[in-house]
Ligand binder design. Sequence first.
Ligand SMILES: C[S@@+](CC[C@H](N)C(=O)[O-])C[C@H]1O[C@@H](n2cnc3c(N)ncnc32)[C@H](O)[C@@H]1O
Length: 278
Amino acid sequence: MNTLDLQSRIDSFPVWHYQFDLDGARTPIFEPDYVNRHEQRKRAFFDPLVRVAGGSLEGKAVLDLGSNAGYWSLAAIEAGADFVLGIDGRQMHVDQANLVFEAKGIDAARYRFETGDIFTHSFPEHFDVILCLGLMYHISKPMELFEVMASVGPELLLIDTAVSLIPSSVFRVAHEDSLENPRNAIDHEVVLIPSRQAVLDLAAQFGFRGAVLAHDISDYTGMPDYRAKQRAAFLCSKTLSLDSVERERTDTATLMRAAVKKFAQRQVLRTRRKVGLA
Ligand SMILES: C[S@@+](CC[C@H](N)C(=O)[O-])C[C@H]1O[C@@H](n2cnc3c(N)ncnc32)[C@H](O)[C@@H]1O
């Protein structure tokens, strides 16, 4: 594929959520601050995953849930994974991921992208590692999510999600702005946002020990949710030691203060909307 053909295929998509440099062409990211966001996310939770796996994903089969344009699937391949299956509910994202992998020259035997709803899709293979990034807060079936993940027999789960600030084990009912937004849910606008403890409890129900990862973030540009502790990443394993993992040190009082502040902000916003000021 020459650069002009590649650029015209890139431009045929209405939106890209990542900036990929592809053989002289570049995908136009929808929000420039997200270049930093994705680099920082990689350092904050993907690199610790690779370290816990022994320094590489060599020999591993990886399942990437809500794979979008294949950014994390590519990270898995670059970390040495033997094979990655990415699944996304939107055909556009599967087409983007296939284009990215083709342009990167990844051996076609090492990956597959499929369109489907993770809750109804069949996963006949075994996977060693599951990436569940930016997905859990877009769904309304958290227990089923863990059933799906546990069913493919992984030794490692990496979960990155928006979280409720409540320190106990709860889910906050939230509303997606619109199902038309290609980053959102594919079924219900009402979604359940877990607290940190809720994620750990669900993981434990399926036999996984979990750690909330420390934020190794040097620049919070494009990451106000991480800065406000409303987003967290979890590394979970049944068999591997998580002792070397640097854990988040957020105490109950800090979380409660942040929760009260957030609650007040939401009330102000609701009132402004009611009186037509927002
Ligand atoms: C916010 S994006 C996250 C993308 C990527 N994993 C990341 O963390 O950067 C959520 C993705 O999950 C997909 N998605 C949402 N619900 C899904 C479902 N039930 N089954 C499959 N994909 C889904 C969306 O189409 C979207 O591409």
